[in-house]
Write a protein that binds this ligand. Structure first.
Ligand SMILES: C[S@@+](CC[C@H](N)C(=O)[O-])C[C@H]1O[C@@H](n2cnc3c(N)ncnc32)[C@H](O)[C@@H]1O
Length: 271
């Protein structure tokens, strides 16, 4: 039988002066990878985002320095450049630096910006992928990202304009996305849900298209709302749902009904 130390012995050494960029998964500590757990135990400094909960942070070596680098009240409390500089400084000081992010670092997590900056600063890094909320979070709500009967593709996208951009969501070619017929899985879209739904309907998507809104996926607070494109924004408002949320639009949402009765887990409220 393989034990954890066998797996850990096959990982690269977490060397002083290097940075490990680790995806913590969508929230449930059980969904952290073994490599992520190893990094938490070995790190000297942990620079973590708001979506990484205590249940995961508490797995770290208690002697490790913890540095919060997330967002508070929806506003960036640390600008990206400061976070990157801090990673570089800690690494140059000879620390084992763990950059811990929710989900997967390379999926809407600005992970690539950070590893590019590390590379430019001549600092070696190791990336540990995590389960992205747009796939794992949906699965936890009994919504499969693909089935052979419903879709051959799935589109992961953000409904949030790029930082500093004043374009809103208008620069997105919604008609092109709607025309694919593939389900859309939206990150960071709660604030723009009404505008996105309106744009998709204008682009030709039916207002009766099924929509699922999954907040705090995989945690004990997980909540699920099943609605339609034309009613999604008002239903979310009425239900008082708040970010973080994954919003799935399309046929995959309908598969949930057949799966729900036998699914085990924090599946959240249904409506
Ligand atoms: C900055 S992005 C980070 C995405 C992350 N890198 C990932 O792979 O899941 C933050 C967004 O991810 C989504 N998200 C992350 N964790 C979530 C969770 N537990 N439940 C629902 N949505 C989540 C939400 O759309 C949130 O606004």
């Amino acid at each position: 039988m393989i034990d954890l130390s066998d797996i850990e012995s096959r990982l690269p050494a977490f060397e002083p002066g290097t940075v490990w960029l680790v995806g913590a998964g969508p929230g449930d500590p059980g969904l952290l990878t073994i490599a992520g757990l190893f990094a938490l135990r070995a790190a000297d400094v942990i620079v973590y985002d708001a979506l990484v909960g205590d249940a995961i942070l508490n797995l770290a070596n208690p002697a490790a320095e913890r540095q919060f680098a997330g967002k508070r009240g929806g506003r960036p409390s640390h600008v990206q450049v400061d976070i990157t500089l801090s990673l570089i400084e800690h690494a140059r000081a000879g620390k084992r630096v763990l950059r811990l992010k929710g989900g997967d670092p390379y999926v809407f997590g600005r992970g690539a910006e950070e590893t590019l900056a590390l590379a430019e600063a001549d600092i070696r890094y190791h990336i540990v992928p995590g389960i992205t909320s747009g796939l794992g979070g949906l699965a936890a709500a009994a919504i499969p990202a693909t089935t052979r009967d419903t879709n051959h593709a799935v589109i992961l996208m953000t409904g949030h304009p790029a930082a500093g951009s004043e374009e809103g969501i208008d620069h997105v070619d919604w008609a092109a996305f709607a025309a694919t017929g593939a389900p859309l899985v939206l990150y960071m879209s709660m604030g723009n849900l009404a505008a996105i739904a309106e744009a998709l309907i204008k682009a030709g998507m039916s207002g009766s298209t099924s929509v699922a809104v999954v907040t705090d996926a995989t945690t004990a607070r997980q909540s699920v709302l099943i609605t339609t494109l034309s009613t999604a924004a008002s239903d979310v408002l009425a239900a008082g749902m708040k970010a973080p949320a994954i919003i799935a639009i399309g046929s995959i949402v309908e598969v949930r009904a057949a799966l729900l009765a036998h699914a085990i887990g924090p599946l959240g409220a249904t409506s």
